[in-house]
Ligand binder design. Structure first.
Ligand SMILES: [Zn+2]
Ligand SMILES: [Zn+2]
Length: 283
């Protein structure tokens, strides 16, 4: 059996529950071949992730997941082999995080206006290590204070687009984000495309490829059974276009997503991504 690489994982620097070092420990315990850290709009956990001590030969990929806009669709873009430390991309991500920070109190206010008491100390506790706050943080506060029973309920009642506590934030345009990743030498990969509603996937992928997209996250823990038929179609489209097939769990350490190591691709995909990253850098 080929060792598995889980190329989509969140830490507590965005909306995951585990620290970057804990993620490395879990991956080693599960005997994964590889893991990528892909926090939302931040590289804050990448150094800890890359430098955490390991005892075996787990391969680690420094990554990011950028929330972007494409014709009013909310599209997530993964970047692999992102340079961390001082870099232009860190500055652009900072702008996106500022819009996340600005949104959070607005959502809290909307909930309070609905008569839901939210304690200031709760907010501080939940956001303590967080560089990139998101709606799951607020969902966890709602669960802890007994307002809802799980993350799904928090979103369907209050936090999803169109629901009473929803506040939109500034998002970078998808094509611009692809360019941003490439300029920094990172490999742009489209995240979980079957979650994008009402889109002509084939035309979309062709267009993105012409703009520099290198891969598509095909293997993903999609929860909707009707999407299962489309996964094989997506795989074929991706291969026909000569794009790299990637995969990952999107683990957040909570019940809202698949578990770390439950979905992924062969660890050799990491070599493919590394080579593409080198090609982008040496151009
Ligand atoms: Zn995503
Ligand atoms: Zn994700």
């Amino acid at each position: 059996m080929k060792a598995l690489a889980d190329l989509h994982v969140h830490s507590d620097r965005s909306d995951g529950l585990n620290s970057p070092q804990e993620l490395v420990e879990i991956a080693e315990r599960q005997e994964l071949g590889g893991i990528a850290l892909t926090d939302h709009d931040t590289l804050a956990g990448v150094r800890e992730f890359m430098e955490a001590p390991i005892s075996g030969n787990l391969q680690r990929v420094p990554g990011v997941e950028i929330g972007t806009n494409y014709l009013d669709h909310d599209v997530h873009l993964l970047g692999y082999f992102v340079p961390f430390g001082e870099s232009a991309i860190e500055l652009s991500l900072q702008t996106l995080r500022e819009s996340r920070h600005a949104r959070f109190p607005k959502m809290v206010k909307k909930l309070r206006d609905l008569g839901i008491a939210i304690d200031e100390s709760e907010i501080q506790r939940v956001l303590r290590e967080v560089a990139s706050p998101g709606r799951p943080h607020l969902a966890r506060i709602l669960i802890d204070s007994g307002v809802v029973s799980d993350i799904r309920e928090a979103f369907t009642k209050y936090l999803a687009s169109g629901k009473p506590a929803f506040v939109d934030r500034e998002r970078i345009e998808l094509i611009e984000a692809i360019g941003l990743l490439r300029e920094s030498g990172a490999v742009p990969v489209l995240a979980h495309p079957l979650l994008i509603e009402d889109i002509d996937l084939k035309g979309f992928l062709q267009k993105l490829k012409s703009q520099g997209l290198e891969g598509v996250e095909v293997n993903y823990g999609y929860r909707k059974p009707k999407l299962m038929d489309s996964i094989e179609g997506l795989r074929k489209m991706t291969e026909d276009l000569g794009l790299i097939v990637t995969g990952g769990s999107d683990s957040h350490g909570d019940e809202g997503h698949s578990e770390l190591g439950s979905v992924g691709v062969s660890v050799e995909t990491i070599d493919v991504l590394r080579k593409v990253s080198e090609r982008i850098r040496n151009r």
